[in-house]
Write a new protein. Sequence first.
Length: 604
Amino acid sequence: MTSHPQGLRGLVVDVAQQPLAGLAVHLAESASNEPFSPDLLQQQRHVFAPLASTTTALDGTFAIGLPIAQDKVYEVYVVSPAHAAARIGGLRLVTMQWHDLGAITMVPGATLRGRVTVAGRSDIPVPQALVTVEIGSAFADAALRGLPGSTPGLMTTTAADGSYELQHVPSRGVVQVAAVAPGFARVLRSDIQLQRDEPTVVDFGLPPGLTLGGSVTDSSGAPVRDARIEAWPQKAAGHALIGRSDARGNFVVAGLVDGPYRVRVQASGFETWQQLDVPAGRTDLLCALTARSRASVRVTTPAGVVVRDYHLTVRRYFPEHGGKIGALADVPDQQIRLDGFTDRAEVRDLPPGNLVCEVEANGFAKTLSPPIDNNGKAGAPLPREHVVEIVLTVGGTLHGVVVDEAGQPLAGASITTMTDGALPDSPLQQMLAGTMPERITSVRTATRADGSFTLRALALADYQLLAEHPEGCRTIVRAIRIPTATEQQLPPIRLPRGAQVQGRITRGGAAIVGQAKVVLSTATADSSRDALRIEATTGPDGSYSLPRRVPPGNYELRAAVLGTTEPEAQIFQQLLQLQRSSTTVSIAPGQTLVQRDLDLPTER
């Protein structure tokens, strides 16, 4: 039994409802927390490695938790050498609560078998061919492959006679199966329908593989080592075949079939090189890479003193969108510590485009450099050497006070800075939170005993403030401009009292087993930025309490059961439950508590 204050409990049984002991149980973050990660998932197995692991007890029970409950979505995996791996998704951890997932039934899964032979010669086997199964999305496959140990039913190699068999493939429906071997081209079979009651037979005839060879150099002809060469088939959809350049810049990519390929070459410090219609079998492909630009950066105080210790980040800059900034993953952040012999830091590998340098130093607000135009153009071809001068700002200061609806000061209210126009209740913005950089200074403070607060060293930008207190409704103050390093006194921020909304969720009159998501949202199709949306997760007894108070008005309350197996297949069922369970909740002025229960429709 884990000692963590929050987590998930469950019982693992077989199809006869007998407990299964000693099975591995893993808790991992859901890939839905990382909306821009599919490419990363294809390359890095460890991205969604488990956060915690345990094994089932003699009676089949397990308990798995974390020391801190974050606002993220989690998944539980149960792995067995004699069953298909089970995946339970859409889970949340609630602070100081343990949720019961109920019984998780392990099933044998599907069996996949066949032979791998030379194309056109079924009498000539291909031994040691690698056969892999892709059971679902890139997210699901990457998560399964990231589990410790070997997950059954995902890959195997052929025997001497070319035969193979995969048991307990964790899928009920359509999968993709691929086979590849040294000296042969990779073959992918799509739309393979798996059945649990009988084995599925998939044979492969591997054609001889062609190679693609050449060399990678810089613009002066010097070899570039460890460049990544990708060959993508142009005539049919397929995966890239990968190669690497050696110390002399030479490379060979094996496993191609006859036809044209799109070749992409990537190497640190160089622009991506790409060429279309490269025929398989070519051995003299020359890939001459262009070096990236550099910048020499000097940072000073308003008094002209050189700053030698600061954090430096390069951002994308969008002048056509009012000067917004964006992430630039291929230029790493730097912690600059200059000695007494130089006043400048060097930034390498600048990609083409409009860029800015972002500097954070103690005693100053976050400061952006003037825009850097690194677009190749006539008279100024790439690469280029940029000289960047940055004068730090002390930033702006905001003073304010938070009061209740009677005008009395509220001590301990939370004040959070946000980019002006942000929608904190928007599910999309919540999903993207933290993935896009902001020009503002993100900071949170609490009001003093007299309800007052002060925010200092704020970057020069447009802000809104989010004010929250357990005894009042969330309030947003928008359109706060800080164009210069000055101080501003804001009008009092008034938090209405509102009501606490709570209740119990059942299904078919019975208590919910596991978790249910409860959603309260503005009743009308209000597209204004003041539309409200609050989510909660039920406790072990099906009860819920919204995490913050709700102002007077009319709202819709909905619920759906979480924690289902095969999460992608169940999303439509959950959407249907949300739609069918919708009911109206009205909060009158002066009302402080609303009790509203929901009974979800049973499956039909």
